[in-house]
Design a protein around this ligand. Structure first.
Ligand code: ZN
Length: 272
């Protein structure tokens, strides 16, 4: 009982000191595994993924992925700087790669490591559609959703192995990272985020795409096209990001305020 009590006290202590603020929502989030540890692991996994897959270079599509990616990164930087979070992206090493694959998928690892599969381009259809997908994925990274999933895994592990608490340099972190990101046996296959993280990523992504000069309503149209694709075998992207009427309605409801936010940055035209 005493052991249990001290463990709980210890856990609470850890949780209190290991919180970080989500700059987009102002919410306190769990960050037991610091980004200083997560980012190097992400960078390594990303490089490995690139070495094992066919990276498309120099085509119009590959250039579009890079150019939209750069605009989303610049939008994130502008938003964070304007909201008192200058330096938030210091450890980011943005990269945007198009991968030759029929899979309908895209993801962003912590630290701004983005992959878009050629298979998703017929669904994203326009530059704004691609911006919607990339904005959403970037938002997961910016909001540290993966980090929170890792922290939750850490807590579970701590619960299981009471007494052996070495959070900062836990040799199991690599394992937890792989589990949290669905890596390892299925490299690059992301696990689904929770519904609240999905909603948060939709909202943040919409603001980013508007600041980057894209019409936020294009995101609603993108998800409608995704939904239409879900007949038969649903694409990879939909298995981790289920499209729903609620999601589409939320996006439509936020579009005007996303544009209002963008106007604060002098953005007045929004590309479809
Ligand atoms: Zn998502």
């Amino acid at each position: 009982m005493i052991l249990r009590k001290s463990l709980i006290t210890l856990l609470l202590g850890v949780v209190v000191v290991a919180c970080s603020t989500n700059p987009f929502t102002g919410k306190q989030t769990l960050a037991l595994v610091p980004n200083s540890q997560i980012l190097p692991m992400a960078f390594q996994q990303y490089d490995q993924f690139l070495s094992e897959n066919k990276v498309v270079k120099g085509t119009a599509d590959a250039n579009m992925v890079k150019s939209v990616g750069q605009k989303m990164a610049a939008a994130a930087e502008r938003y964070l700087n304007a909201n008192g979070y200058a330096g938030y992206l210091t450890d980011y090493r943005w990269e945007y790669n198009l991968i030759e694959s029929k899979d309908v998928n895209a993801w962003c690892m912590p630290g701004g490591k983005i992959v878009v599969y050629t298979g998703i381009l017929p669904v994203t259809k326009t530059e704004a559609g691609l911006a919607a997908v990339m904005g959403h994925e970037v938002a997961h990274a910016l909001a540290n959703h993966g980090q929170q999933r890792m922290s939750a895994a850490q807590l579970q592990q701590l619960g299981a192995v009471a007494g052996n608490v070495a959070l900062a340099n836990n040799p199991e972190n690599q394992q937890i990272f792989n589990t949290a990101y669905g890596l390892g046996s299925n490299l690059g296959v992301m696990l689904p985020f929770s519904r609240s993280h999905e909603t948060e990523a939709d909202h943040i992504g919409l603001i980013l795409m508007a600041i980057a000069g894209y019409e936020p309503m294009a995101a609603a149209q993108l998800w409608e096209r995704m939904q239409a694709q879900s007949q038969g075998a649903p694409p990879e992207f939909l298995s981790t990001h289920p499209s729903s009427t609620t999601r589409i309605q939320n996006i439509k409801g936020w579009a005007a305020s996303a544009k209002a936010e963008a106007r604060k940055f002098g953005v007045t035209t929004f590309k479809n």
